[in-house]
Design a protein. Structure first.
Length: 196
């Protein structure tokens, strides 16, 4: 009888960041469900992509134009985590970014934040994300983090600014405008962003 091949200790350690995400994602789904979030859109359909930002389908399916703002979350998290905890291994840095994004998805879908979006921004009919959309947003953040890591700071900053510009021209919104409008609503911007 032979013993199974030994797994090198270092390869086991490489799995810990990914294994730690399992309970985080399960907790995220449970908390979103407890907040009353639906699994998929109330119409019972599931689309991979919804292209219209001014639609009742926004935030209800896997991806929509606002998913690109979550890609930009990944850029921001790459910069901030690299600055705040540079000694973390790349896998743990990515794991931390995913944990922060998952926490944001839970916070973003509380009644308090949904109401803030409805009163302070142009998202008048916003009812929160579906669980599928939140998972899509977490996936987009992960992708953004990986792209930023591949590009490095300078090139990722250029891509970040270009994406902000594209979003402003395309949907009259962007990550930086979302942050501004949630913190200090500007009525002129809100009126400009209104669908009509």
């Amino acid at each position: 009888m032979t013993d199974p091949p030994a797994v090198p200790r270092s390869s086991g350690r490489k799995l810990w960041p990914w294994l730690s995400l399992v309970p985080v994602l399960i907790a995220t789904v449970i908390l979103l469900r407890l907040e009353g979030r639906l699994w998929i859109s109330s119409g019972g359909q599931l689309f991979i992509w919804v292209s219209q930002a001014c639609s009742s389908n926004t935030s209800q399916h896997l991806l929509d134009p606002y998913s690109l703002t979550h890609v930009l979350h990944g850029f921001l998290f790459f910069w901030l985590i690299g600055w705040l905890v540079p000694r973390l291994t790349p896998n743990w840095q990515l794991t931390l970014a995913i944990v922060v994004e998952a926490a944001w998805e839970v916070l973003e879908n509380t009644n308090f934040v949904i109401e803030r979006y409805r009163t302070a921004t142009a998202a008048v009919g916003y009812t929160g994300d579906t669980i599928v959309n939140s998972l899509g947003d977490i996936l987009c953040c992960t992708l953004g983090f990986m792209i930023a890591r591949r590009l490095g700071f300078r090139r990722s900053l250029i891509v970040f600014l270009l994406m902000e510009l594209v979003l402003i021209l395309w949907i009259r919104d962007s990550l930086l405008l979302e942050i501004l409008m949630l913190i200090v609503p500007v009525d002129l911007i809100r009126r400009w962003q209104m669908c009509g």
